[in-house]
Write a protein that binds this ligand. Structure first.
Ligand code: CP
Length: 309
């Protein structure tokens, strides 16, 4: 594929290639000199029209560790603020002949819109509520580090604001494809209408959703995406759904806790649990660098071999 728009375009074999490539790059991140010449002379534009800490920084670090030149373009400080359209913005970027555009945008489908208009690789770093494929791939990489390569039979509970979550959608697609039982747990207003059609089991109460779960993925309450009038009362939400050590008592004995970040401590996850030994939150961040190195490498070098989407 020229682009990475969502995990749904990937076969199991494609996923394995990403995992194996990320594993081979992971050790570079532990070296005293963390740089290899693999993508020397290549240019990567980091086009982030929405805020980001983890995704943007890890793509930047990933590109630099592979010796690519990376260039940041944010909404603030760009001509998007003067009213330039997305189409004209990307045609302008394309004219500078980058090898990849990594992009985040508030509109679902924005990465696809761009991918159809440029010849370089487009990597979706989050589009609206739709997809965040590299987050799902780094979550998978993190879980495989703990559980091994075969996740068949594992149960992962995704807890929180699923309705507005591109992370949840990509994770549901990827984990169900790999034989994981995915449970979704949230109040009705925070579940998508097509929750069951996604192949997940749906719960509105925490206790049954957590029973024997092997991992729980907490999601941020995405306050910026709530429809007017439907904003949950944060104290009431936390009282019913905040994940705590005590609430994990019926989960699997060595249950793991994940969160894509950023965290609302005390809202969707208790602060002490976020920092506990079974929390993989910072392992996810570390995995993000290796997985994004793999994605940049695979998409930029495949383009050179003339492959197209
Ligand atoms: N998980 C994630 O996408 O975090 P950022 O918004 O900080 O990139």
């Amino acid at each position: 594929h020229k682009d990475l728009l969502d995990v749904s375009q990937l076969s199991r074999e494609d996923v394995d290639v990403v995992m194996r490539t990320a594993a081979s790059f992971r050790e570079i991140n532990a070296r005293p000199v963390k740089k290899v010449p693999t993508l020397k002379g290549k240019s990567v534009v980091l086009f982030f029209a929405e805020p980001s800490t983890r995704t943007k920084t890890s793509f930047d670090i990933a590109g630099k560790r592979l010796s690519a030149d990376t260039f940041g373009l944010a909404k603030s400080g760009s001509s998007l603020q003067k009213g330039e359209t997305l189409k004209d913005t990307v045609l302008t970027l394309q004219a500078m002949n980058p090898d990849a555009i990594v992009m985040r945008h508030a509109s679902s489908g924005a990465a696809d819109f761009v991918a159809r208009r440029v010849s370089c690789a487009v990597i979706n770093a989050g589009d609206g509520w739709h997809a965040h494929p590299t987050q799902a791939l780094l979550d998978l990489f993190t879980l495989r580090e703990v559980w091994g390569d075969d996740l068949v039979g594992k149960t992962v509970t995704i807890l929180g604001d699923v309705a507005h979550s591109r992370v949840a959608r990509s994770n549901i697609r990827l984990l169900t494809m790999l034989g994981v039982t995915v449970r979704l747990c949230a109040p009705r207003t925070l579940l998508p209408k097509d929750a069951r059609a996604l192949g997940a089991k749906v719960f509105h109460e925490l206790e049954p959703a957590l029973e024997n779960a092997d991992a729980v993925m907490c999601l941020r309450l995405q306050l910026e995406r709530q429809e007017a009038g439907l904003l949950p009362d944060l104290r009431e939400y936390a009282r019913r759904f905040c994940l705590t050590k005590a609430r994990l008592k019926n989960a699997a004995p060595d249950v793991k806790v994940l969160h894509p970040g950023p965290i609302n401590r005390g809202v969707e996850i208790a602060s002490d649990l976020a920092d506990a030994g079974n929390s993989l939150i910072l392992d996810q961040v570390a995995s993000g660098v290796a997985v994004r190195m793999a994605i940049l490498y695979l998409h930029i070098t495949r383009k050179e071999k003339g492959e197209t989407a």
